[in-house]
Design a protein around this ligand. Structure first.
Ligand code: HEM
Length: 417
């Protein structure tokens, strides 16, 4: 029987194994052997070193607009839906280059100042305390659904002055958008879900804007409308508010979940944080480095460029693997160890002109949620049989579930180190 020659797959970025531990399964090898690698499946270049990723994020030769193809699909059946969703999302700030990016970011950044956000601290603390009261009564809780999601939902709703009954819908619209922008190749279901959801999302936000025009409040949407005056179109304002909601909802919940998981897997570091709570700011920077919720961001070459010795052609796609850069041993000593005192210069919130606008807020929420949880529950541990399952998405990386016990009762096992 003659052997059939199979093409060698150097790195399998489509496998669930990759998403379960991208660094160990793939990035460590790729960074060492092929720091600039063309992945045929994604039809894109992959950057994995800290230096290349940092440079790419700051380079004016690389664009965020993905040629207007924010979501991609190989299925012709969904082409009209794909076009329609892409034509909307490609106008958003996060997928825009200057001058549109500068114009959009400047008006929202004005409203998004630390002094505005600082007033959220009592709400964050109260929300976390209420949720932890509930967890204590139950004896166990899922960090994602019982802490991370409600904290980010309630804080965002308060910040933007959203109606109380809205968060459930917002979460599914947001999930759909991440599914769309973060899929290497979006499935038909994902494209259909977005085509159906995105207009409902725009209508919802347009109504919120209208309500704030009728009855201004002390929320960020009111402030945005005041700052924008008549210089911005309705579609631009709707896009800005949607970007804030999408930016805020999923990411922070995973930042809390992934962060607590990292600490539980490093019991000495967890103890250190309990003993020295003043390390919390550095600890959250470290959890964002170690396993932050942004796996990668994408760029496109605006012109022919050379990275190291590799020629990249105009319009080529590039994935800047933030997770890989954050584990680069050339930048961080013992990168596979969590070290909450190292206060790393990590790239989990991006860098350059598109650096995360919500960085200050998400740090605050994550710090308060993690610190209060570990201080409140000295016996915090992973629930027996709790199998970590990671999202399979190039934009967002998070644990789908993290069930923890708050007490010493017998059905929980010690976490692995
Ligand atoms: C831990 C949680 C978060 C992570 C890991 C994260 C990550 C990122 C990253 C990597 C970027 C850069 C995108 C690029 O360069 O293409 C970004 C941009 C952005 N983020 Fe965040 N983010 C988080 C939380 C938030 C929150 C809470 C908000 C809003 C309240 C937010 C709003 C935004 C916005 C509006 C942008 C676009 C900025 C621009 O295009 O100029 N993010 N974020």
């Amino acid at each position: 029987m003659s052997a059939v020659k199979q093409p060698v797959v150097a790195y399998d970025l489509a496998s669930p194994l990759f998403f379960s531990d991208p660094e160990a399964t793939t990035f460590a090898r790729m960074r060492a052997r092929d720091p600039i690698y063309f992945d045929p499946g994604l039809s894109a270049w992959i950057l994995t070193t800290y230096e290349d990723v940092s440079r790419a994020l700051k380079s004016p030769d690389l664009s965020v607009d993905r040629n207007g193809e924010i979501g991609r699909s190989s299925s012709h059946g969904v082409a009209p839906q794909l076009r329609s969703v892409n034509s909307i999302v490609s106008q958003w700030m996060i997928f825009s280059d200057p001058p549109r990016h500068t114009r959009l970011r400047s008006v929202v950044a004005k409203a998004f100042q630390p002094q505005t956000l600082r007033s959220l601290l009592p709400i964050i603390d109260q929300t976390v305390d209420d949720l932890l009261d509930h967890a204590e009564r139950e004896g166990a809780f899922d960090v994602l659904t019982d802490l991370g999601v409600p904290v980010s939902e309630r804080v965002t709703a308060h910040l933007l002055g959203l109606p109380r009954e809205s968060p459930k819908q917002l979460k599914s619209w947001t999930e759909n958008i991440f599914g769309f922008v973060g899929a290497g190749n979006a499935s038909d279901d994902v494209v259909y879900a977005n085509a159906a959801g995105i207009n409902a999302f725009r209508t919802f936000v347009a109504e919120v804007i209208d309500a704030r025009r009728q009855a201004p409040g002390d929320d960020l949407v009111t402030q945005l409308l005041r700052d924008a005056g008549s210089d911005y179109t309705e579609e631009e304002l709707v896009g800005l508010v949607i970007t804030l909601i999408v930016g805020a909802f999923e990411t922070t919940s995973y930042s809390i979940t992934n962060g607590l998981y990292a600490l539980l897997r490093h019991p000495h570091q967890l103890q250190l944080l309990r003993a020295q709570p003043e390390l919390i700011e550095s600890a959250v920077e470290e959890t964002l480095r170690f396993d932050g919720p942004a796996l990668s961001v994408q760029r496109r070459a605006k012109c022919d460029v050379t990275i190291r010795d590799t020629s990249i052609r105009e319009r080529d796609r590039i994935y800047c693997m933030l997770h890989a850069a954050n584990h680069d041993p050339a930048q961080f000593s013992r990168p596979s160890q969590l070290d909450i005192a190292r206060n790393p210069k990590q790239l989990g919130l991006g860098l350059g002109p598109h650096f995360c606008l919500g960085a200050w807020l998400t740090r605050l929420e994550t710090q308060r949620a993690i610190l209060k949880t570990v201080q409140r529950f000295p016996n915090l541990r992973l629930a027996e049989g709790s199998q970590p399952q990671w999202t399979a998405n190039f934009a967002i990386r998070g644990l789908r579930q993290l069930v923890l016990s708050t007490s010493l009762s017998g059905w929980f096992k010690r976490p692995d180190n």
